[in-house]
Write a protein that binds this ligand. Structure first.
Ligand SMILES: [Zn+2]
Length: 160
């Protein structure tokens, strides 16, 4: 894991609010559509969206390198209406068009396991479950459905 928390661009004044870890209920998976670097994506979220910092907590590149982008107690913006209780994980790439590389997928599964070890049971979902969007792309959604539907300890759905 490469820690970019203190390295990625942040807004000059705005800061995300913080939360108790016990408020976290789910992981929402995204894709970035473009092949940009975490730094370029963070820059876009800050400069273009005027957000306090990058929206995702983690990004994973196509060789399975995991980048920590926000501490998990940060209420960053990635899933409208659910940010308070969500950890956002973005896989770099476009999985509407492309299949998910094995190393990238394995890194996601390992990250989910690690987060459940730290936080406790979490629902594993994806952006299109909560909003009318293609994100994170049909190829990734198919794998997420196969891996996490009906998974007892890893995908327990908690009430908001
Ligand atoms: Zn998304």
């Amino acid at each position: 894991m490469i820690d970019l928390v203190d390295i990625l661009p942040k807004h000059k004044r705005k800061r995300y609010n913080l939360r108790e870890i016990s408020l976290i209920k789910r992981i929402v998976v995204h894709h970035t559509v473009s092949d940009a670097t975490p730094k370029a994506i963070a820059k876009y979220h800050v400069k273009n969206n005027k957000w306090p910092g990058v929206g995702y907590h983690f990004m994973i590149d196509n060789i399975g390198e995991v980048f920590r982008c926000n501490k998990i107690d940060v209420i960053s913006y990635n899933t409208s209406g659910l940010n308070l209780s969500t950890i956002g994980v973005a896989l770099i790439g476009n999985f509407e068009e492309n299949k998910v590389p094995d190393d990238q997928w394995k890194a996601l599964v390992n990250l989910v396991d690690d987060l459940i070890d730290i936080v406790g049971p979490l629902e594993v979902s994806w952006h299109a479950k909560h909003k009318a969007t293609l994100c994170p792309g049909k190829h990734l959604i198919q794998k997420l459905e196969a891996e996490y539907s009906g998974c007892d300890d890893c995908a327990e759905i908690k009430e908001d």
